[in-house]
Ligand binder design. Sequence first.
Ligand code: GAF
Length: 392
Amino acid sequence: MTAADRAAEAFAEQYGCSPSAVWSAPGRINLIGEHTDYNDGFVLPCALPHRTAVAVRPREDGNLAIATLGSDGRLHTSPTLPLARLEPGDPTGWAAYPAGVAWALRDAGFPLPGADLLIVGEVPTGAGLSSSHALECATALALLDTAGRAPGATGGPGLAEIARLVQRAENDFAGAPTGLLDQTASLRCTEAHALFFDVRSGAAEQIPFAPLSAGLELLVIDTRAKHSHSESGYGDRRRGCERAAELLGVKALRDVSQSDLDTNLPSLPEDLRPLVRHVVTENARVLATVELLRAGRYDELGEILTASHVSLRDDYRVSCRELDLAVDASLEAGASGARMIGGGFGGSAIALIPTEHRTSIERHVLDAFERHTLAAPRLFTAVPSAGAGRDR
Ligand code: GAF
């Protein structure tokens, strides 16, 4: 049963009637382009097959009821909230994500009538696979539908505008100072493609990406080391980049070219230099990766992925013991490249592996975690899948 089917069924159980629509949105991996989004740079994500579904029915009293089917198979509800009185700070916890989206849409002037929502999420949470954005994007689409403003309807916002509204919910309601990567991936990725997104210009290009056709797979290694964007590490890096851009007299680090690094870095305080080096070289790695994908040169991808990890580990310093172990163990076992993905400090890594060696690589990674007395990671293949949409 899909997440959407389960959401429709649980909706009927919770609210005693059928939903008027079910929308769903996927989690993501990011092939490359980490911590570049809030520097106006480039990213290259793919959507995962794992989705969060939101079943919805409008209600006329201006209230928002939110329920979710937990991984324990039980329904959890949040107190009913008057849309007109939503403000950051209440509710907190899981309900802050859908409530924050309602707040951002209301503030942007969308005429929301009130809604009953039922959420079923299958994107692993706290795994750096963008479960919160999958939830927020599916909620945004479901709520816009209740207002007759779903994408494609007259007066309906485009996907780029929805991504910005979801970003506002995440930043200002849920309190996580994230960029535009995850919402854009969840809303705009398509099956069998990576999305080449230029955050500054908003240009998005679908790049065919079918590793299986080259005998390769993208193995996701969810280390189960929990990460959170509201904690200080992410915000510190972001502020460091903004400060460096200001000192260099540019709008964002996107404007620093690789050839200028040697002249620019010495003028900065020592602690900011590695941040700038990471962002500038990572943007160049995204462009190089896009060229390799366009040329079908999959055999050269691995080296760039690993270089990205080294840069995130040593310069940006957002990796952790579990992510380094996932990368090192998969490389030892025959991956052609591997890197942590997402914000870091926990979460997941990806490894580009030959399909024929999948079993032995998985074994090696699991053994390595066991030897280090760490919880067994969750392993699965990332198949580039469809972005958000209406299921029923
Ligand atoms: C997280 C954030 F949500 C993204 O905006 C991005 O900055 C990413 O970390 C790092 O590339 O997923």
